[in-house]
Write a protein that binds this ligand. Structure first.
Ligand SMILES: [Fe+2]
Length: 303
């Protein structure tokens, strides 16, 4: 009665395509400068390839990718990201949500949806609409006894800000989905890019409606919340009606050594429905040339 879930995030797939100046006269200008001055050296696509190969070597039942697939939300970045992520698997096996870099400016999310719609589509066909107001997140996908709920916290923000927001409509639908899946006795895994608790990120990088989110979970619960954004592993907790709700952040899946706290990792999580425990194995690299290996492990009892 276990389900093996691999969680990766923030691959920031590059290199950045050539961008006409007209497309840089907005937040992208600072984002592109940032890419060339630092991100290009931090995010390494060979490392991402090795992480994906290691994920598949463990034959997970499902894979969750929690956003920041690209860097400045420029439309040609998304097909390039889709090509590099092809080895990850098909839409039946992989669930994706956007991050703030995928929602960088107004046109970004529609471009993401054109490349990744099947991976952001709920079982009812809702989610990932290619055009128009970006779609009815959160989506719900059922895989065995697991309910995967994908929310979107990516919104365009001013330069130098990386905050996110769920908004009232998504929170209302989340409440409904969390209730119905709880009644059905499912193991609820909620995916959101931003660390969703108030203490989750420093000023200008967090979830604007984190307090609302905490209230939502206190009332409706979840068995596991997964996020990215901070490019490092983190384990926080909040309370739901049935007990503790773990909130787990994962490092970037493409980061190379040179920045001590930002090495590529992913989490391999074994969900045990019977004992209500989650075993997490952090797997990643420890140097440029190292294999992907076990970094640490922990066990969480949901009570
Ligand atoms: Fe990121």
């Amino acid at each position: 009665m276990t389900f093996l879930l691999a969680h990766l995030s923030d691959p920031h797939i590059g290199p950045l395509p050539k961008i006409p100046m007209a497309h840089l006269l907005n937040k992208r200008l600072t984002g592109a400068m940032n890419w060339h001055s630092s991100r290009a050296n931090i995010h390494n696509m060979d490392v991402l390839e090795r992480i994906i190969a290691d994920i598949h070597a463990h034959k997970p039942d499902h894979i969750a990718l929690t956003g920041d697939l690209v860097n400045i939300g420029y439309p040609p970045e998304f097909p390039q990201a889709a090509r590099l992520l092809t080895p990850l698997g098909d839409a039946e096996q992989v669930s994706i949500i956007p991050g703030n870099h995928d929602a960088y400016v107004g046109e970004s999310l529609s471009a993401m949806a054109r490349a990744f719609r099947p991976f952001m589509l709920g079982d009812d066909g809702a989610g990932g609409a290619p055009e128009g107001p970006f779609p009815p997140f959160p989506y719900l996908r059922l895989r065995g006894k697991v309910a995967l709920i994908g929310a979107n916290s990516g919104v365009p923000t001013p330069p130098f800000f990386a905050n996110g927001r769920l908004g009232e409509a998504q929170r209302a639908r989340l409440a409904h989905l969390l209730d119905s899946t709880r009644k059905a006795g499912l193991f609820r895994v909620l995916m959101i890019h931003h660390p969703p608790l108030r203490k989750g990120a420093r000023f200008g990088r967090g979830l604007d409606d984190a307090l609302h989110f905490e209230h939502l979970i206190a009332q409706h619960g979840a068995e596991l919340v997964l996020h990215g954004h901070n490019h490092r592993f983190s384990h926080m907790e909040t309370r739901g009606p049935d007990g503790v709700v773990p909130v787990i952040g994962v490092a970037s899946a493409s980061a190379v050594p040179g920045t001590p706290h930002h090495l590529a990792e992913y989490n391999l999580m074994s969900l045990d429905f019977k004992t209500r425990t989650i075993h997490i194995e952090r797997r990643g690299i420890t140097s440029h040339r190292s294999d992907v290996e076990k970094i640490a492990e922990l066990k969480i009892n949901l009570g």
